[in-house]
Design a protein around this ligand. Structure first.
Ligand code: JFZ
Length: 473
């Protein structure tokens, strides 16, 4: 009996230990809340247009697959990639000015082109183009220079130009009106999504050990300070292969890994809902990050018009903070290496707002006070807890009711320190009154200082809970 008690004690100490290690590893990430996603590669040369046709569906970074561009033709296009106006400092300073604390950069997307020098595949920015500069290296150094952490997006399974890489099947009707569409659809059906013989001239396992695993080794050995890895579309990678990839990461225990290496046995450190703010009940007790486009495509789309405004992004940031997550907001640089002006304009507005109201976002916690007129965000400090009331309801008359069993010491309108805010407590509700006329700059935000700290929230990663992430774009 005594031996069992000792064993259980050791186990609980180990579990607590790993939970504590996890919490410290995730601490910067939970504080950061807001990062820049960058999807960039030779697909930007098409801008979502092939043979004069706008691709009919999906992100422009998928154009090779959507339009079934032959490997040789795509490689030839990629060999002209020469983004002479690219400046890593400008990209990272744009993120910093927007209030972003980390950058996640596509080192290799599904097309198989590496944005870094790689001995594992010469299909890369240094060896295959007139540009010859190592873009990943320039981005990493700029992030270090300006104090942002850097993460690598890496497509570990799909690779449409290196033989043996996986190829998710898409029908021609989602690409362009190719007169051979019927024949092509029959071919991709018969060849696991592939549209070019070069794509299956060897096995996936051979590809994985010739390109995928060696490139991850190259990246980790060159940049041991990389902060996060964003794997994507697991496809048919086996647990054994995923285990080999995870084994690589064991030597870098501080790296935060997402949940897309392989499901369900590799849940990673955080969940990755895509393009949306998840339901509260779907993200209880876990770390998570919404990845979202600032336009309508991850990769540069020359005819994009659906740019999110600063106000929309701010509202999304608040909604995500209220549910305890992070926002990874994506830009797609064009063929010159420039971020579209519309994206930069929206990011400038977000940065100006965060300069004033960053305390509502950075380092905050999930708040389970749900209200019909907006969102509540929680902040815990050593001896105090605060709740920020963010009022989205434009028709609000200045009277806010919260079903919250808390006691308030002080209330202030962050938008106007001179404006009076009233509060009272009635039968488990808090009633707050403020003057909406005193708010001239967007979302009214009332900061409630509580008389007591709220019970701490334990978050776990490596959970079995995950979203049904499809292997598609
Ligand atoms: C994948 C990629 O195919 C896409 O190009 C981009 O890189 C994005 C960040 O990740 O696309 C996905 C992955 C998952 C979902 C949707 C698109 N999903 O969970 O619905």
């Amino acid at each position: 009996m005594k031996k069992i008690c000792v064993l259980l004690l050791c186990l609980s100490m180990f579990m607590n230990g790993s939970a504590q290690e996890n919490a410290s590893k995730m601490a910067w990430w939970q504080e950061a809340k807001f990062g820049l996603f960058v999807h960039w590669g030779p697909y930007c040369l098409y801008g979502g247009v092939y043979n004069g046709f706008q691709q009919r569906r999906g992100g422009a970074e998928w154009i090779m697959n959507r339009c079934k561009i032959p490997v040789g033709e795509y490689r030839a296009k990629a060999s002209t990639f020469n983004p002479t106006k690219f400046n890593a400092d400008s990209l990272v300073l744009m993120a910093k000015k927007a209030g972003m604390k980390y950058v996640v950069f596509t080192t290799k997307h599904h097309d198989g082109f590496a944005m870094f020098q790689s001995d594992a595949s010469k299909f890369n920015i240094v060896d295959y183009t007139p540009f010859k500069r190592d873009i990943v290296d320039e981005v990493v150094k700029a992030c270090r220079r300006y104090g942002l952490r850097v993460g690598f997006y890496y497509s570990q399974s799909q690779d449409w130009c290196n033989a043996g890489g996986a190829t998710a099947r898409k029908e021609m009707k989602e690409g362009w009106p190719n007169r051979d569409s019927l024949e092509i659809d029959a071919f991709t059906k018969a060849h696991r999504g592939a549209w070019d013989y070069n794509q299956f001239s060897c096995s996936f396992d051979e590809y994985f050990h010739r390109v995928s695993l060696p490139q991850m080794k190259e990246l980790l050995s060159r940049y041991p300070d990389v902060a996060t890895i964003f794997f994507d579309t697991p496809m048919s990678i086996t647990d054994k292969q995923a285990g080999e990839m995870q084994e690589l990461l064991k030597d870098y225990p501080q790296i935060i890994v997402n949940d897309r290496l392989k499901r369900p046995n590799f849940p990673g450190d955080y969940k990755t809902p895509e393009g949306r703010v998840p339901k509260r009940e779907d993200v209880v007790g876990v770390y998570w990050e919404t990845c979202m486009n600032i336009g309508s495509s991850w990769g540069y789309k020359s005819w994009d018009t659906q740019w999110k405004s600063s106000d929309e992004i701010i509202k999304t940031l608040i909604q995500i903070a209220s549910r305890g997550g992070n926002l990874l907001l994506n830009v797609g640089p064009d063929s010159f290496g420039l971020v579209p002006a519309e994206a930069r304009k929206s990011l400038d507005g977000v940065g100006a707002w965060l300069d004033k109201y960053g305390e509502v976002i950075y380092g905050t916690q999930r708040c389970d006070v749900v209200v019909p007129w907006g969102e509540c965000v929680r902040r815990d400090e050593k001896k105090k807890s605060y709740i920020y009331l963010c009022v989205f309801d434009k028709q609000n008359d200045g009277r806010l009711v919260l079903d919250a069993n808390v006691s308030v010491r002080r209330a202030q309108l962050l938008n106007n320190a001179l404006s009076k805010v009233g509060f009272s407590r009635q039968k488990g509700q808090i009633i707050v009154t403020f003057n909406p006329e005193d708010v001239k700059d967007g979302v009214p935000i009332i900061k409630l200082e509580l008389t007591k700290t709220l019970p701490s929230v334990k978050l776990v990663s490596n959970t079995q809970k995950y979203f049904s992430i499809l292997d598609t774009d």
